[in-house]
Design a protein around this ligand. Structure first.
Ligand SMILES: Cc1cc2nc3c(=O)[nH]c(=O)nc-3n(C[C@H](O)[C@H](O)[C@H](O)COP(=O)(O)O)c2cc1C
Length: 178
């Protein structure tokens, strides 16, 4: 079983990188699956402007960048989405990336690690609706990381609850993917 940890911010100096790397390390320590970091910034996806609905593309895309993104997502059985909150919702670059695909997401379990001033809870609620359109199995357990308390000059310093929360999230994600 392969679980993709999707790093959903592409900003220069993004906080998400240290959060996603902590998730990857924690996931590998947890075990029970193969884990891969899928960094959205690596793909540099264009804005979705094709004439056809992605769900109709049958996972075959004219644009090589989109095809590489499709292959990365299609190769995973489940996902941990590491997401910031922008303007009380999901970050646009990641929403665009999600919109580019169709069947690659369908029916797969998805869990969320949010980070923000209020733990990105509004963004994660919106993601739950969005992934509902793919019949994804959205996992109840989530991490709501407070950037003021847990992000500082030394990067991400998770509070003592986080490791246990991540283990619980992964237990649920893996059980639903099995
Ligand atoms: C366009 C934009 C909108 C933001 N809106 C919110 C918000 O609604 N809620 C929040 O908690 N933080 C918000 N922030 C602050 C982010 O939580 C903070 O910048 C965080 O570092 C973003 O993650 P990133 O650095 O990985 O992109 C916003 C940041 C940006 C760039």
């Amino acid at each position: 079983m392969k679980i993709g940890i999707v790093l959903g911010s592409v900003r220069e100096g993004r906080a998400g990188e240290s959060v996603a790397r902590w998730v990857l390390d924690g996931a590998r320590a947890h075990g029970g699956a193969d884990f891969e970091l899928i960094d959205l910034k690596f793909f540099n996806l264009p804005v979705l402007d094709g004439a056809y609905l992605p769900i109709m593309a049958n996972k075959r895309y004219a644009n090589a960048i989109v095809q590489a993104w499709s292959n990365a997502i299609d190769g995973c059985d489940a996902f941990v989405i590491v997401t910031p909150e922008y303007n009380h919702s999901v970050p646009g670059a990641l929403k665009n990336a999600v919109d580019h695909l169709g069947g690659e997401w369908n029916g797969k379990p998805v869990a969320f690690v949010g980070y923000g001033a209020d733990g990105a809870v509004r963004a994660v609620e919106h993601w739950r609706q969005i992934f509902g359109n793919f019949d994804a199995k959205v996992i109840r357990a989530q991490l709501s990381i407070n950037i003021f308390a847990e992000m500082g000059e030394n990067g991400f310093t998770p509070n003592e609850r986080r490791a246990g929360e991540l283990d619980g999230l992964l237990d649920s994600l893996i059980a639903n993917a099995g």
